[in-house]
Design a protein around this ligand. Sequence first.
Ligand code: NAP
Length: 291
Amino acid sequence: MNRSMPRIMGHTQVAGVIGWPIGHSLSPAMHNAAFAALGLDWCYVPFAVPPERLPEAVRGLRALGVRGVNATVPHKEALLPLVDALTPEAEAIGAVNTLHIREEGILGHNTDAAGFLRALHEAGFDPAGCAALVLGAGGAARSVVYALASVGASVRILNRTVARAEALVAALRARLPTADLSAGPLTPEAIAQHLPIDLVVNATTLGMWPQVEASPWPARLPFPKGAFCYDLIYTPRETHFVHQARAAGAQAANGLGMLIHQGAESFALWTGIQPPVEVMRAACEQALGGM
Ligand code: NAP
């Protein structure tokens, strides 16, 4: 089969991604490469869905027999009341990034948390019981903090808007009562107060293309050499934050691993087949080109 142009027939199974906008998504390249590599009669389509049409779109996906979709910005929270059931992870995180559309109803999953943990392990860092600093408290931070708390890490969440970090802690404490979580401001003083640390995660948008000079890590504070640095951003491939960590002699990884592994988890849910992770990685690398 021609990999770039799958032969779509009446029996082809359809999966996709909903977002607004959706043009930047790497998911179509990643999943279509995986279907082609395994010779599966599936295709993966980007759906540009404006927020006000999300309920209509979800009903339509089911009516059209679409097997599964991923969800990205701005739909992850808005999907919660639109599904028939939620996994415990999706409910605790308060966000859905994968819909599994079945005869008996639509199940809302969150594969971001598992994808993040897999990415950390793949990069050589075991987060079980570690002391972690999560910079940022938006949607992605919720999955990261849940994932870390679920493996017994103690997590300090620092955010520009402290109230948002406090709300995240309160929401997760209700689900994980024994978790060691705290919130504070994203300031050099607050960061310094928590050092030394085992893991620092950038879950802010600081450093994302085209703001490539920005970083959540203060210029005047040396990055702790013994800490592992994980940046959720993958464009550019080496953010200024990752550069700061590597320059200090620390190990670091970008967010491509999390993207690939959340996609791999979704692929396995829909198809029941082990995903070809290296094919998915190569497709993402190729789609990113020289970025
Ligand atoms: P979001 O909900 O919009 O949250 C953005 C976060 O960045 C908030 O904590 C926000 O702080 C902070 N922030 C924004 N501008 C800032 C500034 N100038 N100074 C300090 N903090 C600032 O976004 P999200 O969905 O959580 O995404 C966060 C990042 O994760 C993005 O770069 C996204 O691409 C990445 N991501 C990666 C993956 C992956 O698979 N690798 C998955 C999901 C997301 P306030 O609360 O104060 O506004």
